[in-house]
Ligand binder design. Sequence first.
Ligand SMILES: [Zn+2]
Ligand SMILES: [Zn+2]
Length: 150
Amino acid sequence: MMEITLTCPECGSGVHIVPTLDAKLAKCDICNHDTPVKFDQAHMEGILKTCPCCERKDFYSQKDFNRKIGVILFVIAAIFSIWTYGISFIVLYLFDFLLFKKLGTIAICYKCASIFRRVKNIKDIPGFDHEMNDRIIYSDHDFEGKPLSH
Ligand SMILES: [Zn+2]
Ligand SMILES: [Zn+2]
């Protein structure tokens, strides 16, 4: 089943939901704001074509890596390296490697920054494109699911 993390438009918190055909609203646990969502049969099958939040069709894919955790681990390794003569960095490297291998690829909506996990058609979703991002965010351009070809 596809897992979705919306960004609450009110407070910016992550709202976790799984697609259900009768779901119309996703409630934020932090501020209780309801975000309208719209799921179709494709979502139920784990196929991402249309964003359930903003109904756009433009997504990019990236490794599911939590940057915050990465930074925290690096700081911890740096502190411990004083006593371990740098061994903690090797441990961090190995940890990172294992973590990275385990992580899947996620899809992200350019427009509303919703995150989609366990997307079946993840291979069809291209990586991040700066030009597309700028045009969607700053000029509200709608690519309608057709990525820029350079
Ligand atoms: Zn909220
Ligand atoms: Zn969206």
